[in-house]
Design a protein around this ligand. Structure first.
Ligand code: ISE
Length: 334
């Protein structure tokens, strides 16, 4: 039985604790911690056998914790991952792995020093059945080479404190991972553009933005990013190949016909949109640790997304595509 400690008792932290407690076989949540201690105490009180710790560091050091799940705020991720590695513990870190590529490099170096993979990054879209089927079709070659991706990522709202850069580093980071995964390709260059701004968006950050990327093989990607005031949580992705296209399916929704109208609901919460992907992701993660170590998205994948995010955020306002340059891939990740 894998004993897990969860750092971060916000929305996704509580959701993962519920999932690990109710659904995922072979594990037990034994500890939680949060920057706001009351949040950890309140969460722990809802379950038998979960102890609230004052700090993430104490939780990581606790002897009963075999593996750490990090769902705290983005700026705290890298520090907790490094601390988990210092204690030789398996660690699952929600996206993004770090705030920038330099911190991801530190994580990679620390993991390399162990000589084995200990880190998995929460790029859960790879476990979504729609994306997985798209990848199967692209990889089969039946549609020829992929040439372009048109994607959009529309959110209803963001918490206070949201900033323009997070439209890339926190939101479009999902596309930065899934596009390189779908195409089995790396990025060559990228640019982020501000477009006509929505009059509904009055919180001081750019909304919408468009992310443009070119891959090593010359494929082009455009991602529309809306972080607030969209009509729902709407994720779309179309891959254009030489002989046809593949589209991400909409989530399951019942169609109502009434009042001369055909309609179906659109989800508003990202945790619901990808609920099945999260379930599969954590189930597979726990299973993989029993079988010798994580097999899902690695520290390298976390790094690749952050290298692209850094370049994109640097490009804002320059009117230029900037190079996306990664270090050589260590053997551990090949
Ligand atoms: C959130 O952290 C996610 O992962 C969602 O997928 C994304 O749409 C949202 O904007 C993020 O804040």
């Amino acid at each position: 039985m894998l004993k897990i400690g969860v750092i971060g008792c916000g929305a996704i932290g509580r959701d993962h604790i519920r999932r690990l407690h109710d659904l995922v076989p072979g594990c037990q949540v034994v500890a939680c911690a949060d920057y706001f201690e009351e949040a950890a105490v309140k969460t722990a009180a809802q379950y038998d056998g979960i102890q609230a710790y004052k700090t993430g560091e104490e939780l990581i050091a606790a002897p009963e914790v075999d593996a750490v799940v990090i769902t705290s705020s983005d700026p705290s991720h890298a520090g907790y991952v490094l601390e988990s590695l210092a204690h030789s513990k398996y660690v699952f870190c929600e996206k993004p792995l770090a705030q920038n590529a330099a911190d991801c490099e530190k994580i990679i170096q620390a993991e390399l020093a162990h000589g084995k993979r200990l880190v998995q990054v929460g790029f859960m879209r790879r476990y979504d059945r729609g994306y997985a089927e798209m990848k199967r079709i692209i990889d089969s070659g039946e549609l020829g080479a992929p040439l372009m991706i048109h994607a959009c990522h529309r959110n209803v709202s963001q918490p206070d404190g949201f900033q323009t850069e997070m439209g890339v580093s926190n939101v479009a980071i999902h596309e930065l991972d899934i596009c390189r995964w779908l195409l089995s390709d790396e990025y060559e260059s990228g640019q982020v553009l501000k477009v006509r701004q929505s009059a509904c968006s009055t919180k001081g950050y750019d909304n919408p933005q468009i992310v443009l990327l070119e891959t090593k093989s010359g494929a082009r990607i455009d991602v529309e990013v809306q972080v607030a005031d969209a009509y729902g949580y709407d994720i779309q992705c179309q891959v254009v190949c030489e002989k046809g296209t593949v589209n991400l399916p909409d989530p399951y929704a019942v169609v109502t016909r009434a009042n001369a109208t055909r309609s179906f609901p659109i989800l508003t919460d990202w945790k619901d949109r990808f609920i099945e992907a999260y379930d599969i992701e954590l189930t597979e993660w726990v299973k993989s640790l029993a079988n010798g170590g994580p097999t899902g998205p690695s520290a390298w994948d976390g790094y690749a997304a952050c290298v692209a995010a850094d370049a994109l955020n640097r490009s804002r306002g320059t009117g230029q595509f900037l190079p996306i340059q990664m270090m050589d891939k260590p053997d551990l990740y090949k």
